[in-house]
Design a protein around this ligand. Structure first.
Ligand code: HMG
Ligand code: MG
Length: 301
């Protein structure tokens, strides 16, 4: 029997995961995007990344973007791969850090230039700093359904690294299907294992839509009681260290799915779609969201 949650918390990652892999947009456009997302009712917004600007130049202005925001009712988070990133994020008032590693050694090496063990070691400093400053920390595990370098990933490796991040003090683990190769069956199999060891309230799903399976995979996770879903407005983005990976599932599509299931989400779909159209216009591209395009066509008729 499906045990759908009553409410799903959407973590909007378009301004980070999306824009990190799109053509550069101005700081002003990023600020406008985040304000529009907040206006649409999003309460958890990943607003930037304090990573090396040589590795991900699109995120180099994260401090400027976050400094320009005044959203007291929104939980703004940012990627903080090391203490330096955490310090910079705190400086501009970030109240939630996101640390990120992988279930695949090869991906971890390519993405953050260290082994999984080394990444956890680096995160200890970030966690100590976060605790001292009363900042909560979310943990990402990439490649939970497969790796662009290694291929198949053992679900036991996903479990191991998730448990290590929780032991370190993360309040939640976001399970990244970084290259969007997951299927409903794989999601069920992964959750069969994880839910034996980790409470569902500590798990989120973060699915990229490369093979068009993200919504089906989210539906599968919802049937297992998972109540936090990451998504990116207009389906922006991809991953710079996962060739061919497309953007996250579009937030508009997730909201439409939740509406159809009668699950609360707190988001105004029309305002959300408008936020997506504005950033897509700045990027000179169409939204990668069927719902967004359908709403646009309805408006134009
Ligand atoms: P490193 O080369 O191992 O470490 O980088 P380093 O300490 O030797 O630093 C290298 C250079 O970066 C130095 O500059 C540092 O000063 C600088 P240089 O001397 O060459 O001029 N540096 C920094 N600059 C700004 N802020 C910092 C910082 N730290 C060092 N915090 C590092 C290690 C992690 C920094 C690097 O590998 C990096 O930035 N990687 C980028 C990773 C990234 O952003 N990937 C994309 C996001 S993850 C993702 O998309 C997956 C996710 O969505 C989930 C999913 O879908 O699966 C989360
Ligand atoms: Mg991602």
């Amino acid at each position: 029997m499906a045990q759908f949650p009553d409410f799903v918390r959407i973590v909007e990652v378009g301004a980070r995961d999306g824009l990190q892999n799109e053509a550069a947009v101005s700081t002003q456009d990023k600020v406008a995007l985040i304000n529009a997302l907040a206006d649409a009712g999003l309460k958890d917004i990943e607003a930037g990344a304090f990573v090396s600007p040589k590795w991900v130049p699109q995120m180099a202005d994260s401090s400027d973007v976050i400094s320009a925001l005044n959203l007291p009712n929104v939980n703004l988070s940012a990627l903080t791969p090391n203490l330096r990133g955490a310090e910079a994020a705190k400086q501009v008032g970030i109240q939630e850090f996101a640390i990120f590693t992988a279930a695949s050694e090869a991906f971890c090496q390519k993405n953050i230039n260290c082994s999984i063990d080394e990444s956890i070691d680096r995160f200890k400093d970030v966690m100590d700093f976060a605790k001292a400053n009363n900042i909560r920390v979310r943990g990402y595990v990439s490649c939970v359904m497969g790796c662009p370098y290694q291929g198949d990933v053992d679900y036991n490796d996903v479990l191991k690294v998730s448990e290590r991040l929780l032991e370190l003090g993360c309040y939640e683990i976001s399970l990244g299907d970084t290259i969007g190769v997951g299927t409903a069956k794989k999601v069920d199999e992964l959750l069969d294992l994880l839910l034996q060891h980790i409470d569902k309230s500590k798990l989120a799903v973060h699915f990229h839509d490369t093979y068009g399976q993200a919504l089906t995979n989210i539906y599968t996770a919802l049937t297992r009681g998972i109540a936090t879903v990451d998504s990116a407005v207009a389906g922006l983005g991809g991953c710079p260290y996962a060739k061919g990976a497309s953007g996250n599932v579009a937030t508009e599509d997730v909201v439409y799915l939740l509406q159809g299931l009668g699950i609360e989400h707190g988001i105004d779909l029309e305002r959300l779609a408008k936020a997506g159209w504005a950033i897509c216009s700045a990027l000179n591209k169409q939204p990668v969201s069927k719902v967004s395009l359908a709403l646009k066509n309805t408006q134009n008729n």
